[in-house]
Design a protein around this ligand. Structure first.
Ligand code: FAD
Length: 265
């Protein structure tokens, strides 16, 4: 494909354009290969959309769409749903007012130096970290049914989304192995944020130098000392993370206040 013109962006920000392009891709492309949703796939989709409806830090029309989709999915008395019905709702064929999701792909913080790099998988990580941080920092979430401060709710919804739907099947398998090993032991919301951060760094380190690595965005232990000097420490010449600082950094980096709406519709 053609390389799009480069967009200037700030590496210390999260871009709504990435989150919305990612949601568009998830709902209109990734799910589209599942013609009928039933059984554990349907349960997984309902739970993931519930998490999105409660925690996606979006503009009103997007949040309205996610809430409408969630209410519709949970209220349907069917055990099978054709994907086309979901698409009709996402495309707002019912003309419900005030509801809209872009159908453009506009990668910003997730743009690659070539079209085969970055994009959707980058936006999915960004979405997961954002949802996880929001589960912790938005106090109203804790009083909603099913959001009883349980760190497992969001983590397990992410895990099962990847397992059932993520188009990169090899990635899904790797992620499931990591989840099996230690996800069940995560006991607090802060631990859940750090678990996802740690596993993402494990993936970065495994993929460093792989053909999928964009040479302009080398896989590194993140956040780098440029991003967060206080997150790093050397003890007797060995690098260590200062996890309380990392946690504080993640809570601020993935917070609502750090989302830029530049390039989004
Ligand atoms: P990404 O790794 O996608 O990161 C996106 C952004 O998140 C970065 O630009 C940075 O701002 C931020 N970030 C980076 N590290 C962290 C961190 N530790 N914590 C918080 N934020 C961070 N590809 C494979 O080839 N094999 C796999 O097995 C594989 N497994 C994957 C599993 C999952 C669940 C996902 C979502 C993706 C997986 N991928 C895998 C894709 C791969 O991880 C990258 O998403 C892809 O290569 C694009 O990399 P990127 O440079 O855009 O950065």
């Amino acid at each position: 494909g053609l390389t799009k013109p480069w967009k200037d962006f700030d590496r210390s920000k999260v871009y709504m354009a990435d989150l919305e392009s990612g949601l568009h891709y998830l709902l209109r492309v990734e799910l589209a290969s599942h013609k009928i949703l039933e059984g554990s796939e349907l349960t997984t989709l309902k739970d993931f959309v519930t998490v999105l409806a409660k925690l996606f830090p979006g503009q009103q029309p997007v949040v309205k769409l996610l809430e409408t989709l969630q209410e519709w999915l949970v209220s349907l008395p069917l055990d099978k749903i054709p994907y086309d019905a979901i698409l009709d709702l996402v495309n707002n064929k019912m003309r419900i007012s005030g509801m809209f999701l872009t159908n453009r792909i506009e990668w910003v913080g997730c743009q690659g130096s070539q079209p085969q790099y970055r994009g959707y998988p980058c936006s999915l990580w960004t979405l997961f970290h954002t949802l996880m941080v929001h589960a912790v920092t938005r106090p109203e979430m804790q009083i909603l049914p099913g959001f009883d401060n349980s760190p497992q709710m969001v983590l397990q919804a992410i895990r099962r989304y990847i397992q059932h739907f993520f188009g990169c099947r090899e990635c899904a398998q790797h992620f499931e192995e990591m989840a099996k090993e230690s996800m069940d032991k995560v006991a607090t919301l802060d631990d859940a944020i750090l678990w996802l951060w740690r596993k993402h760094n494990d993936v970065n380190s495994r993929l460093a130098g792989a053909p999928s690595e964009d040479p302009m965005f080398p896989k590194v232990a993140w956040p780098t000392p440029d991003h967060c000097p206080r997150c790093h420490e050397e003890i007797q010449g060995l690098h260590t993370w200062k996890e309380e600082e990392v946690l504080a950094f993640l809570k601020s980096y993935y917070s609502v206040d750090n989302i830029s709406f530049r390039y989004s519709e």
